[in-house]
Design a binder for this molecule. Structure first.
Ligand SMILES: [Zn+2]
Length: 472
């Protein structure tokens, strides 16, 4: 029997105690977006710091100016004989409103059995992300109980502001980079492909917002006197917005696609085999005709093609009929980018494109946010391959490598500021009701998730050190 079998046995043997400890954490209402609960966020951080030090980690709180990071290490930052992983998760949770929709109080976690016999852990944060954090911690516990240490060096990094947009995280990563040296990030805040098929998300989109304001006459004008004579900012803006996409549903901003890389044929093939989930999703919203870029499936569009969306438009009369030419018109837009497209470059191209279409009589101004870049993990990354092996051993089938249309700023910042790729493994299910009333995490997700991490840690310990030193 190998060490891993003993570790898995210990995980199963102590599973009830793992759930008890998870419930202790879940009773702390660490809602990061509510200033009145800042003390509870700190209490959750302290609880975790104590807990991981009881497992054998050296632990402390890393101050960020906002809610603290739980920082713990087992191993040595200077030890180059074993891979060093940085585990990322978050201990803060979403607010609980509407509270009346909860069948069980959100911060009084319990186990219940669904009608179909599925055992579930009920409570806020069970799936997002306290339960998922625990899958990793309990895997570490199994290894430490059996061997006194871990097969790899581990830094634990748990933030407390993820559900509030991670306002302190980027600065913390830059300032504390010296304490965050590692070879790879392992993150647990994502979902399975389906109940029986694990997944490693390999792509995230970048995101930024921009607001365009077209300024025309110095006041609203009477349309009988000025209609057809004075420039109308809403007409100017409408023309620009109407021209954002061409007849093939491609973004018509010059240079927009210059840095976009084609998805490798092998990955496109895998995605095609995954089916057309995105097409099916349209049924839910009362539509049936995808507006796809010519030549791409809905899945490719969502995961690997950049898009611009008009989020809102305003200006002029919003009340009963009134015949005016507005003095101003505005639109808010969001840009979802793919890897290699830089937010500041795309923002500049967009603004130049808009400005070139505004008549010299009008003026245009912009208000935007910094946004975050996209992220893509190469298919031959050895840590990805190692994690996939661990997952396959536990679940009896190969994991899928889906993309995502969403954005997680932290993952891009780990790459930008620490030079680290992230392996995003998670055991959440689509029906976990994260961010909603009656959040749950299946007992099976918790048990097999913990066992998965135990196996992944062993697989990662076998990654060739030469690769790490030369390719990183
Ligand atoms: Zn989360």
């Amino acid at each position: 029997m190998g060490a891993i079998d003993t570790v898995l046995g210990l995980i199963d043997e102590h599973f009830d105690r793992s759930i008890e400890k998870l419930f202790e954490l879940a009773r702390i209402p660490s809602v990061s977006s509510d200033p009145a609960l800042a003390g509870e966020c700190r209490r959750a951080a302290l609880w975790l710091s104590d807990y991981v030090s009881s497992l054998g980690f050296q632990s402390r709180l890393m101050e960020t100016g906002g809610h603290p990071v739980v920082y713990a290490i087992l191993g040595d930052l200077n030890d180059t004989t074993k891979p060093h992983v940085l585990f990322y998760g978050h201990y803060d949770v979403q607010p609980v409103d509407p509270i009346e929709k909860w069948t069980n109080p959100p911060f009084e976690p319990k186990i219940d059995v669904a009608k179909d016999g599925t055992e579930r852990l009920l409570g806020r944060g069970m799936s997002d992300d306290k339960g998922q954090i625990f899958t990793f911690l309990e895997a570490c516990r199994g290894w430490i109980e059996h061997t006194g240490t871990l097969p790899v060096n581990v830094t634990i990094f748990l933030e407390g502001e993820e559900e509030a947009g991670s306002p302190s995280l980027e600065r913390t990563l830059i300032e504390q980079a010296g304490d965050l040296a590692a070879d790879v990030v392992l993150a647990c805040d994502s979902a399975m492909w389906d109940r029986d098929t694990p997944a490693i998300a390999t792509r995230l989109k970048g995101l930024f917002h921009d607001k365009v304001i077209v300024h025309g006459p110095n006041r609203d004008l009477h349309s009988g006197t000025y209609g057809g004579v004075a420039a109308n900012p809403l007409r100017v803006l409408s023309n620009i917005l109407a021209g954002l996409y061409d007849a093939d549903n491609r973004v018509a901003i010059p240079g927009f696609y210059d840095e976009v890389e084609q998805v490798p044929a092998s990955l496109r093939q895998q995605w095609r085999e995954l089916g057309s989930a995105a097409d099916a999703a349209l049924g839910d919203v009362g539509l049936s005709m995808p507006v796809l870029e010519t030549g791409y499936t809905a899945m490719e569009q969502t995961w690997a093609r950049p898009v611009v969306d008009i989020n809102g438009v305003g200006g002029g009369n919003q009340g009963p009929p009134r015949s005016v030419l507005p003095s101003q018109a505005w639109a808010r837009l969001s840009f979802r980018l793919v890897a290699s497209q830089k937010p500041d470059v795309i923002r500049r191209l967009f603004r130049e494109h808009v400005a070139s279409q505004v008549p010299s009589d009008c003026r245009v101004s912009f208000e935007g946010d910094d946004g975050c870049g996209a992220y893509a993990l190469k298919e031959d990354n050895p840590f990805l391959i190692a994690a996939a092996r661990g997952l396959e051993a536990e679940w009896g089938r190969q994991p899928k490598f889906p993309g995502s249309g969403g954005s997680i700023p932290a993952i891009g910042w780990f790459k930008d500021h620490l030079g680290l790729d992230s392996i995003m493994v998670g055991f959440a299910l689509d029906d976990d009701a994260i961010h909603a009333p009656n959040e749950k995490y299946d007992v099976r997700s918790m048990r097999k998730g913990t066992r998965s991490w135990a196996r992944i840690l062993e697989e990662v310990s076998r990654v060739d050190l030469k690769w790490r030193r030369t390719e990183r």
